[in-house]
Design a protein around this ligand. Structure first.
Ligand code: SAM
Length: 263
């Protein structure tokens, strides 16, 4: 097969649809192509609320957020939670960020700064929101482990005009050992990258700018990077923030390893 210098094949891709197209061409022609995804990912170690107050109306196309549900999920090393079976969370440093929900002001600001909204844990925030048609459900038990103490999945509220949809992706959020999808969990309430990729594929438009006010482990940043979306993400906790930045950098490095020689 003729070797074509990869530098002549470099393409900048803003539109994920084009990325799919490129993949097809690659497999048909067996050419080595150097793909530069043009996403700009900015991760910020700050409290999101004061930052949101500085933002313009509808500055973002889509906010995908996962705020504290107020159920004490990160502060789990206590007798009550041990009794409930939260022993896996001993692997994490106990923190109090999930003891309180965000205020009404946060939800008002969110609606002001972003056109479309997807809010994980929407069932905990119904008093701050309004009735909508399209809730989203993430079935995280993948038909296995149903009926145990833990939820079968999580609900997201969305103002996007969509029928109720579900995404099935086994995660067993409480069981590190059975995480058969192989993603390492570095945050007590980490969501899978695949879940964010599904959201972006179905609810974002090419070129959209995404906001995440509560970054956590940064799974959304990896999904945005993979799919060519620009993101601004806030995380108040210094340790989580540093771990999320490191995770993203390592992911980028990993992808660069697969770039063709000379690319
Ligand atoms: C539910 S977790 C997000 C988990 C994330 N979806 C993931 O996949 O890893 C919520 C995160 O919000 C952070 N947080 C809490 N209050 C915040 C605030 N006011 N501004 C920014 N981040 C905040 C917490 O430190 C925590 O990491």
């Amino acid at each position: 097969m003729t070797q074509i210098p990869t530098s002549t094949l470099t393409v900048d891709i803003k539109n994920p649809v084009e990325l799919v197209f490129m993949d097809i061409r690659i497999s048909q022609t067996h050419l080595a192509v150097n793909v530069n995804i043009m996403s700009e990912i900015e991760l910020i170690n700050a409290d999101c609320l004061p930052a949101m107050k500085e933002m313009q109306d509808k500055q973002f196309d889509l906010a995908i957020v996962d705020p504290p549900y107020g159920i004490g999920c990160a502060q789990t090393i206590n007798i009550e939670n041990l009794k409930k079976g939260f022993i896996h969370r001993e692997l994490h440093v106990s923190k109090d960020w999930d003891n309180k929900r965000p205020s009404q002001e946060y939800f008002n600001e969110l609606q002001r700064v972003s056109n479309s909204l997807i809010i994980w844990g929407g069932n905990y925030f119904t008093d701050f929101l309004y009735p909508v048609k399209g809730w989203l459900f993430w079935d995280k038990k993948d038909n296995k482990f149903q009926g145990s103490y833990f939820s079968d999945g999580e609900l997201a509220w969305t103002n996007i005009n969509t029928p109720v949809r579900y995404f099935r992706y086994g995660w067993i959020g409480v069981d590190y050992i059975n995480n058969r999808n192989g993603e390492i969990k570095q945050h007590p309430t980490q969501k899978p990258v695949k879940l964010y990729e599904w959201l972006l594929k179905n609810y974002a438009k090419p070129g959209d700018t995404i906001l995440d006010t509560h970054l956590g482990s940064g799974s959304i940043a990896i999904a945005c990077y993979n799919m060519g979306y620009s993101l601004i993400g806030y995380e108040i906790d210094k340790d989580y923030y540093s771990a999320a930045c490191k995770r993203l950098e390592e992911h980028k490095k990993q992808l660069r390893l697969f770039e063709p020689v000379g690319g």
